[in-house]
Design a protein around this ligand. Structure first.
Ligand SMILES: Nc1ncnc2c1ncn2[C@@H]1O[C@H](COP(=O)(O)OP(=O)(O)OP(=O)(O)O)[C@@H](O)[C@H]1O
Ligand SMILES: [Mg+2]
Length: 462
């Protein structure tokens, strides 16, 4: 075999490998397409088109990197043909594009992006609105499952826009956890209760705070080892039908609320003093709640009603606990201060004795809910809010870096009524957005009646 023949063999071999690779690539793509659900197939043309246009789009949105030290191999290196935003010197530089793997699912397209120096999450977050326009998607969502990798998702049909009902509530298989809802990947999400000191729920009026609580109560009512106290600062009768299953229910009466808060403080102290002798552990969650040492859930709806010092500061009258003026009673300011102090104690000390408090308010800024309470709550949930400051108050400072999760983008009505951002980690991010189930009040009232026999009073509950 002469040298020409060996070269021919090598060339033939190379061609065979290339062809095989191509056939494999096309076959995999075809099989993937064939087995994809019908709803996902609809998004394949869009996926192919975005794939074809990716380099052009990346150049125009500055989602690529000009490597000035690289060799001049890129076709795009010849100035005039490249996108308007990336201009490089002739014959000096090379453009590096983030490598992308594309997929389509029933909600739209998914790009798994391998990041490159100079192009990170920040750049993609900043470009989401443009990507959404160009991809003709209603929203583009960015998440980072692991360092160096981004998942950029173009949603033509938003999973968050699909409503959930009572029938969608799923009990967690293993842990004592509340069903939160379905996230933007259409995955069910839960909130494990062990180790949670408190939960804040914020958001503009009418976006689903009370409805979320009702869905949680639907899960808690049938559990004999759960007792529930509701303090309803709105006083609109949202919980009145549930009374038979609730250990205590009070409305927006400041002194009636104070009486219940005092009972809660008693209960907290009693549990702290007896947890070791009764459960054999200092952290009650290690033994878990049981009927004679229940999980006590305290729900304070529109809690700002009881924390508002400005609203009561002019009133110097002293009242008894029935709210009637009396000489040796307490002023409203004193009552608010006492409630604030008990509330802070509940959040700080309640976890290990299985007292979980939930604080609902339309506005989570420090004038509405004291920071000693808000900042010690382990989990924050926020439905739509108007300003980034309100989002920061509800979810912490980190939300500034995760613009795609910011609840300011959830104001579209009615699409995002019942959708909230939760400060629990998901897919490597510290936040998830979930659609919570909508629960009919009458269904909750019925279940409360059916499970009323589980209701205990303070002395029996602990
Ligand atoms: N998960 C949901 N899905 C669809 N619609 C919902 C959902 N949750 C609530 N809604 C709708 O929004 C309305 C208001 O809900 P809800 O009373 O829970 O709001 P809220 O945030 O508690 O308001 P407020 O601050 O005034 O108490 C409900 O009557 C219902 O029509
Ligand atoms: Mg409400």
């Amino acid at each position: 075999m002469n040298i020409i023949e060996s070269i021919q063999h090598v060339v033939f071999g190379v061609w065979a490998v290339v062809l095989l690779g191509l056939v494999g690539y096309v076959t995999t793509g075809t099989v993937r397409f064939a087995v994809a659900p019908v709803a996902a197939k609809r998004h394949y043309p869009l996926m192919l088109w975005t794939r074809l246009r990716w380099h052009w789009l990346a150049r125009n949105l500055n989602l690529c990197q000009v490597d000035k030290h690289g060799p001049s191999k890129s076709r795009a290196a010849f100035g005039p043909t490249i996108g308007k935003n990336v201009r490089i010197e002739k014959s000096k530089a090379k453009i590096r594009f983030p490598r992308v793997r594309w997929r389509a699912d029933q909600y739209g397209i998914i790009a798994r992006v391998r990041l490159i120096p100079g192009v990170g999450r920040k750049e993609f977050e900043a470009a989401t609105a443009y990507l959404a326009d160009y991809w003709k998607c209603s929203r583009v969502q960015v998440s980072s499952p692991r360092p160096g990798i981004l998942v950029v998702r173009g949603l033509r049909r938003d999973p968050l826009a699909d409503g959930l009902t009572l029938a969608d509530i799923r009990r967690h298989d293993v842990a004592l956890a509340l069903f939160l809802g379905r996230d933007e990947w259409a995955t069910d999400r839960w909130l494990p209760l062990s180790g949670i000191a408190g939960i804040t729920v914020g958001g503009l009026p009418g976006y689903g705070k009370t409805s979320l609580i009702l869905s949680w109560l639907m899960e808690l009512f049938p559990l004999a080892f759960v007792q529930i106290v509701v303090i309803d600062g709105k006083g609109g009768g949202d919980y009145i039908g549930l009374k038979s299953r609730l250990m205590r229910l009070v409305d927006d009466d400041l002194f009636a609320a104070l009486v219940v808060f005092r009972e809660l403080r008693q209960e907290l102290r009693h549990r702290q003093a007896t947890v070791v002798s009764r459960l054999g552990v200092t952290n009650g969650w290690k033994a878990g709640p049981r009927e004679d040492f229940s999980l006590l859930v305290v729900i304070v709806d529109e809690c700002h009603t009881f924390f508002d010092l400005d609203g009561v500061k002019g009133d110097k009258t002293k009242y008894d606990l029935d709210g009637l003026p009396t000489k040796d009673g307490i002023t409203k300011t004193e009552a608010v201060l006492e409630i604030r102090s008990i509330a802070a104690d509940l959040v700080k000390k309640g976890r290990s004795v299985m007292m979980l408090s939930l604080w609902l308010t339309q506005k989570q800024t420090s004038d509405a809910i004291p920071t000693a309470i808000r900042d010690n709550c382990t989990v924050g949930l926020s439905f739509a809010v108007k300003t980034v400051d309100a989002a920061v108050a509800a979810l912490g400072d980190a939300i500034r870096q995760y613009g795609a999760y910011c609840p300011t983008t959830l104001r579209e009505q009615p699409t995002y009524i019942g959708v909230c951002t939760a400060s629990i980690s998901g897919d490597g991010d510290p936040f998830v957005r979930v659609r919570v189930p909508r629960v009919d009040e009458s269904a909750a009232d019925d279940l409360a009646e059916q499970t009323a026999h589980y209701r205990r009073d303070f002395a029996q509950a602990a």
